[in-house]
Design a protein around this ligand. Structure first.
Ligand code: TRP
Length: 476
């Protein structure tokens, strides 16, 4: 603990000072828990206050536990809202919750995370550069936040290619419709930009975090790969890997993991992810494994050893802490920072206060649900923004902003005009809740049915092909 006793003057960077502060906060807590003398506690608190003052001076911001200074140390770059105000939404890789029925306040999240808004200008630019109508997830603000997208497009316009990286934590065989969002969008990006895609299946992560055996996690990874393949990815352009397999098979990948491990301290991951002294060491080092696929040299078979190919990561916003860490490390180990496109969460049937959970069957529509199950779940469990009686509904209208059936339609109904008409009719009371739910059921049933048909056609041989390290059809 000796080094934690120093004061802020010795700290050269905001991150160093932040680490000192985090350690000092822990010291104060430890002293209090150990019922140390008042003089000792007071002295530690005084030092904590001094460090906080120094921090504010250096960064222009208040110190907040769990919120390390951002890469350029001006934007607030928060992770889990530890110690945050009570009215703040909780968004981290393990928890998503808010008190607001409309869901998480995403504009606030952009400010808190220090990312940028996907505004009309960016959507127009993607349209111009790709020559394609922007995907409905872009048109409707579902991919709402980004880091460095303009830089990726600038380079692409100068014939400099990039690659896509996304992933999935295989915690069970059952995937629900919410899990498809990043994959549906990634497939679109791959099609319009014609670029390679790597998909990380973090079976190691699920083993470390859940009460599951290694073999089950690996089996779930292969099963989930089938659902991912069923989204229509091209085997010549896509590499899907299980960490448990690829970590041991690729010296280059493991070298990058070790490089990241060397450049991130325990204090940093504690600050970013909220790890404590009693978390197993596997969890503490795992973020380095999720970071490694952001670097093209982790895949020499695809990029021919080049380490300068830019990476773009489409993911849900809760994964951002991993990539804030990655972007912080990248320049220090000689790699470009990955760019990001963040999506909102897919709400649970019960309402937008939280995201779907694979462990509670009634919060989600699963990719294995039958048409009848889909109908029953939507009718019974989808939170409604309608009024209690038909009479009242006709008179006052419903509220589409909190209505889960309407929210799901914004994700899956392709036709913008039809969606807008549904919104207006529901808000005016012309469309009843039962009718709105029927529209959703009729959208989901064929969509899930088609997915099931495609998944059935995915053979073991095909899965093996996707999951074998090999060159893809690109020249780097
Ligand atoms: N940690 C993610 C999960 O639990 C899986 C993941 C790994 C991922 N790499 C990723 C998700 C990259 C998005 C982008 O689901």
């Amino acid at each position: 603990m000796a080094e934690c006793q120093g004061d802020g003057e010795g700290a050269k960077s905001p991150m160093e000072l932040y680490e000192k502060l985090t350690a000092q906060g822990e010291q104060v807590r430890a002293l209090k828990t150990a019922k140390a003398t008042k003089a000792d506690v007071d002295a530690a608190v005084q030092l904590l206050i001094k460090l906080k003052t120094d921090y504010k001076q250096m960064t222009g911001q208040d110190y907040k536990a769990g919120c390390p200074p951002s890469e350029n140390s001006v934007a607030p770059d928060n992770g889990p809202a530890a110690g945050g105000a009570d009215d703040e939404d909780t968004v981290d890789p393990w928890n998503v919750s808010t008190n607001n029925a409309k869901g998480v306040d995403y504009d606030k999240l952009i400010l808190r995370f220090g990312s940028s808004k996907v505004d009309k200008e960016l959507v127009d630019r993607i349209e111009k550069v790709s020559g394609q109508k922007p995907h409905r997830f872009l048109r409707r603000g579902i991919f709402f936040s980004h880091r460095d997208m303009h830089q990726v497009l600038d380079a692409y316009e100068k014939q400099k290619s990039f690659y896509l990286y996304t992933g999935r934590g295989p915690s069970s065989e059952a995937m629900h419709v919410g899990h498809l969002i990043p994959f549906i969008f990634t497939k679109w990006l791959q099609d319009v930009f014609d670029i390679p895609l790597v998909v990380q299946l973090t079976d190691d992560e699920k083993y470390l975090w859940k009460d599951l055996s290694l073999e089950d996690c690996h089996r779930f990874a292969v099963e989930n790969a089938k659902d991912i393949i069923a989204c229509g990815f091209d085997v010549n352009k896509t590499f899907i890997f299980s960490d448990l397999d690829y970590m041991g098979a690729s010296p280059e990948f493991y070298r990058n993991v070790v490089k990241v491990q060397k450049h991130v301290t325990f204090n940093q991951v504690k600050g970013i992810f909220g790890f404590t002294d009693s978390d197993c060491i596997g969890k503490i080092s795992f973020p380095a494994i999720q970071a490694a696929p952001s670097f093209s040299s982790s895949f020499p078979q695809i990029f021919k050893g080049r380490k300068d190919i830019q990476c773009l990561i489409p993911c849900a916003i809760d994964q951002d802490p991993y990539f804030r860490m990655t972007r912080d490390v990248a320049p220090r180990i000689g790699y470009p920072k990955p760019a990001l496109l963040h999506s909102t969460f897919f709400p649970a049937l019960q309402g937008a206060q939280t995201k779907m959970s694979a462990s509670d069957a009634n919060t989600s529509i699963f990719l294995t649900d039958t048409p009848k199950q889909i109908k029953n779940k939507v009718n019974k469990h989808a939170f409604s923004g309608g009024k209690d009686t038909v009479e009242e509904h006709r008179k006052y209208g419903g509220n589409p902003d909190v209505d889960v059936a309407f929210m799901y339609l914004t994700f899956f109904l392709e036709d913008d005009e039809q969606l807008e008409k549904i919104r207006q009719d529901y808000a005016s009371g012309a469309l009843l809740t039962g009718e709105l739910k029927k529209l959703l059921i009729e959208t989901l049933q064929p969509m899930i049915d088609q997915h099931q048909q495609r998944r059935k056609q995915v053979t073991e041989e095909e899965v093996k092909q996707f999951m074998t390290p090999r060159p893809l059809h690109f020249n780097f």
